[in-house]
Design a binder for this molecule. Structure first.
Ligand code: ADP
Ligand code: MG
Length: 647
C-alpha cells in the first residue's frame, strides 16, 4: 500500500498535558480501554459471522492476549476480532478516536479540578499514551482482500501509516512503555490491573510475562540437565559394578498453558432460576474474598425499561459502616468502571456487597452530571426498591428468618432509613427492635411508648423495675440509635422512646413527707434543684431510684459533642446551656425510708440520718450508673466504715 504520513490534529498540544495529568489519577485504565476495544472487535466480528458476511467458523476460539516483555519494554494487547484496514485506521483512530478524546477533554479542561472528572472513564484508545512513548497498531481486517496495515505514533503527536505484517485477522496494539511505566508495570501489576478491570470481560483473556516465563523455563531446563547428569552418573556406576539399572531417564517438565485470567460469564448473567445457592456463595467468596457466608442475596435482572443486572449480597454484620472500599462494584457491559460510585448507587447500599452491571450508564460525563441524570435516578430507585422489597417480603412471609437476621441487618436498615426517605417509607413497618428478652418486635407490637435501655448490663436494676411493671424494654445501644429514634419520633408522632431510667412508674398518691425528703436530699446531694418525689415502689424495692429525663439525657449527650467541638475550656457556660434534670424517687414502702423519716424528727440523730440519706442517694446513683470519681471513693469508704460498725 501507499505510505502515508500526517499530523493528527492541530490541537494535539492541548491533549497531552491533560493525558499526562491522568497519570496521577488513574493510569491503570489504559489497559481496560485496550482490552475492551479488543472485546468490541471480537463482538463485531461475531455479529458479522452471524450475518453470514464472512465464512469464518462460528465456533472459533476468540481470545485476547496481553503480553508483557520487560526486556523490550513493550506491552502488547492482541485480539482476533475484525481488524482494521488502513482506511479504517485513518477514520476510526486518526479522526474519530482522536476527536472523541479531544472533545472529552474540552469538556473538562476548564474545570481544572481532577475530582470533577470521572478519572475512571477513559479516553478510549488514546489513554494508551499515558504509559507509552510509542504506540503501534498492527492489524489485518477480516475482509477477504485486505492487506495488513500498521500505524505508528510517538507521543500521539504524529503518525505513520504503512503496510503491516500481521498474518491473521485481528489486531495487535504494541505499546513501548515510557520510563515511569517501565518501573510501574511489572508482571504482578499488570495481572492486578487485569484482575481488577477485566475480571468479567466476555472473552478469554490470557496474560504472558515473557521474561518471567523465559526465566522459569531456563530454571526448569537447568534442573532437568542436572537430573539427567546425575541419572547418567548412577547408570555408569551401576554398569561398572555390573548391577542392574532400571531407573527411567528423567523427563523435562513442561507446564500446561495457564488458563485465562478472567471469568467471561459472571453469575449475574445467568437466569436467577438457574443459579444454585452454592453458585451464589462461591461467586461471593471469589469476588469479595470474604470467608463468611453471606446471609442472602438479591439477583437483579431487568431488561425493561432499562437494563441492569447484578447480585447484591447481605453480608454478616461487621458493626461498622466505615471501611466500605470495593463493596459495590459497578460494571458497564462486564467492564469494570469503579467501586462505590455514590452518584449512581445510594451510599447506604455500600454496606452490602455486590456487582452491578448497568450497560447504559452515561459514563463520559462528570460526577455532578451523573447525579442529576434521570437514567441514573431511575436505576438507583430501582435498586433501592428491590432491596426494600426483598426485606419486607421476608418480614411478611418468613418472620422467623427475618428476626434471626435482624442483628446483622439492623445497622444497614437503620442507616438506610436515615439516609434515604424512600427506603424508610418502604421499610417502616418492617423495622424491628430487639427486646431485653431476646425477642424482635415492631413499633406496632410495642405500642406508642417504647421503653429502651442503652446498656443492658449497667441498667439492669431499671430493666427489672420496668419488667416488673409489665413493660417491654428494647435495646438501643448502637451509635446510630439516637438519630434513628429521633427520626422515628418525628415521622411516627406521637411515638415516644423513653429510656428506662428516665421515669419511675408506680402507684401515685403517696405524697406525704415529700417536703421532708426534698429538703434532706437536696442538702445531702448539694443539688438545690433536685426534684424529689415520694413513690410506693414496694417493700422489697430500693430505698430510692434516680431518674434523668429523656430531654436531659439527650441534652447531656449534646453537651459532650459541644465540649468536643468547642473545647471544655471555651468559657461557655455549659451548665446552664445543658441543665441536668434528675429526679430522686423515694420509696415510702421501704423500711429504710420510714427509718429516715423518724430520724429526721430527732435532732440528736441528725448525723445518723444524714449518713443513711447519703448512702441511699449514692446507691441510687450507683444503680443509675452516674456515681463516679471522688463521690464513688467516698461511697466506698463510707460503706466499709458502716460494715465495721456492725456488731
Ligand atoms: P470507542 O471504543 O469508544 O469507540 P476508542 O478510542 O477506544 O473509542 O476506539 C476508537 C475506534 O478505534 C473504535 O471505535 C474502533 O473502531 C477502533 N478500534 C480500536 N481498537 C480496535 C481493535 N482492537 N480492533 C478493531 N478496531 C479497533
Ligand atoms: Mg474503546
Amino acid at each position: 500500500m501507499e505510505r502515508k504520513e500526517g499530523q493528527i490534529s492541530v490541537n494535539t498540544e492541548n491533549i497531552f498535558p491533560v493525558i499526562r495529568k491522568w497519570l496521577y489519577s488513574d493510569q491503570d485504565i489504559f489497559l481496560r480501554e485496550l482490552v475492551s476495544n479488543g472485546t468490541d472487535a471480537i463482538s463485531k466480528f461475531k455479529r458479522l459471522v452471524q450475518l453470514g458476511e464472512t465464512d469464518a467458523d462460528a465456533n472459533e476460539a476468540y481470545r485476547i492476549d496481553v503480553v508483557l516483555d520487560t526486556d523490550q519494554h513493550t506491552l502488547t494487547v492482541s485480539d482476533n476480532g475484525l481488524g482494521m484496514t488502513a482506511e479504517e485506521i485513518d477514520k476510526y483512530i486518526n479522526q474519530i478516536a482522536y476527536s472523541g478524546a479531544v472533545s472529552f477533554l474540552e469538556q473538562y479542561k476548564d474545570k481544572g479540578d481532577e475530582g470533577a472528572i470521572i478519572g475512571h472513564f477513559g479516553l478510549g484508545f488514546y489513554s494508551a499514551f499515558m504509559v507509552s512513548s510509542q504506540v503501534v497498531i498492527n492489524t489485518r481486517s477480516y475482509r477477504k482482500d485486505a492487506t495488513p496495515a500498521r500505524w505508528t505514533s510517538a507521543e500521539g503527536m504524529e503518525f505513520v501509516l504503512d503496510a503491516g505484517d500481521r498474518a491473521e485477522r485481528g489486531t495487535d496494539i504494541i505499546l513501548t512503555l515510557n520510563e515511569e511505566a517501565q518501573a510501574e508495570l511489572t508482571g504482578y501489576k499488570v495481572r492486578d490491573i487485569l484482575h481488577k478491570y477485566c475480571e468479567f470481560m466476555p472473552y478469554e483473556i490470557y496474560f504472558t510475562d515473557v521474561v518471567s516465563d523465559r526465566e522459569q523455563k531456563s530454571d526448569r531446563e537447568k534442573r532437568y540437565k542436572e537430573q539427567v547428569e546425575a541419572w547418567e552418573k548412577r547408570k555408569a556406576e551401576a554398569l561398572e559394578k555390573k548391577e542392574d539399572f532400571t531407573e527411567a531417564q528423567p523427563t523435562l517438565y513442561e507446564p500446561a498453558e495457564a488458563g485465562p485470567v478472567n471469568h467471561p460469564h459472571p453469575l449475574w448473567q445467568k437466569a436467577p432460576k438457574d443459579c444454585t445457592d452454592e453458585e451464589y456463595k462461591a461467586f461471593y467468596r471469589d469476588t469479595f474474598h470474604d470467608y463468611r457466608e453471606p446471609l442472602f442475596w438479591i439477583h437483579l435482572n431487568m431488561d425493561y425499561p432499562f437494563h441492569v443486572q447484578g447480585i447484591l449480597y447481605f453480608p454478616q454484620a461487621e458493626n461498622t459502616y466505615e471501611t466500605l472500599d470495593g463493596r459495590i462494584k459497578l460494571y458497564s457491559n462486564q467492564v469494570f468502571v469503579a467501586d462505590n460510585i455514590k452518584e449512581v448507587i445510594p451510599d447506604f447500599l455500600f454496606l452490602l456487597k455486590g456487582c452491578i452491571d448497568a450497560p447504559d450508564l452515561p459514563l463520559n460525563v462528570s460526577r455532578s452530571f451523573l447525579q442529576n441524570d434521570s437514567y441514573v435516578k431511575k436505576l438507583s430507585e430501582h435498586i433501592v426498591r428491590k432491596v426494600a422489597d426483598r426485606l419486607t417480603k421476608m418480614f411478611e412471609k418468613e418472620r422467623d428468618i427475618y428476626n434471626g437476621y435482624w442483628k446483622d441487618l439492623a445497622v444497614f436498615v437503620k442507616y438506610g432509613c436515615l439516609r434515604e426517605e424512600k427506603f424508610y417509607d418502604r421499610m417502616k413497618d418492617a423495622l424491628l427492635f430487639e427486646t431485653t428478652d431476646g425477642e424482635f418486635k415492631t413499633v406496632k407490637e410495642l405500642g406508642q411508648k417504647i421503653w429502651y435501655t442503652t446498656d443492658k448490663a449497667r441498667q439492669v436494676a431499671y430493666i427489672k423495675r420496668a419488667a416488673d411493671a409489665g413493660h417491654t424494654v428494647v435495646i438501643m445501644d448502637h451509635e446510630l440509635d439516637n438519630p434513628f429514634m429521633s427520626m422515628l419520633e418525628q415521622k411516627q408522632s406521637p411515638l415516644k422512646f423513653v429510656r428506662i431510667d428516665s421515669e419511675v412508674d408506680a402507684a401515685e398518691g403517696v405524697i406525704e413527707h415529700q417536703e421532708t425528703f426534698e429538703k434532706l436530699f437536696r442538702r445531702i446531694s448539694g443539688q438545690d434543684k433536685l426534684t424529689v418525689e415520694v413513690r410506693a415502689l414496694g417493700e422489697d424495692g430500693p430505698a430510692a431510684v434516680l431518674t434523668e429525663s429523656e430531654t436531659s439525657r439527650r441534652s447531656q449527650e449534646m453537651r459532650k459533642q459541644f465540649e468536643r467541638m468547642q473545647g471544655k475550656d471555651s468559657g461557655m457556660d455549659f451548665d446552664s446551656m445543658f441543665p441536668i434534670e434528675q429526679t430522686l424517687a423515694v420509696n415510702t414502702d421501704s423500711p429504710l425510708a420510714a427509718k429516715l423519716r423518724s430520724l429526721a424528727d430527732i435532732p440528736a440523730k441528725k448525723e445518723q440520718g444524714d449518713e443513711i440519706a447519703r448512702q441511699i442517694y449514692d446507691l441510687a446513683r450507683l444503680s443509675h450508673g452516674s456515681l463516679a470519681g471522688q463521690d464513688l471513693a467516698d461511697f466506698l469508704s463510707r460503706s466499709t466504715r458502716l460494715l465495721n460498725e456492725l456488731d
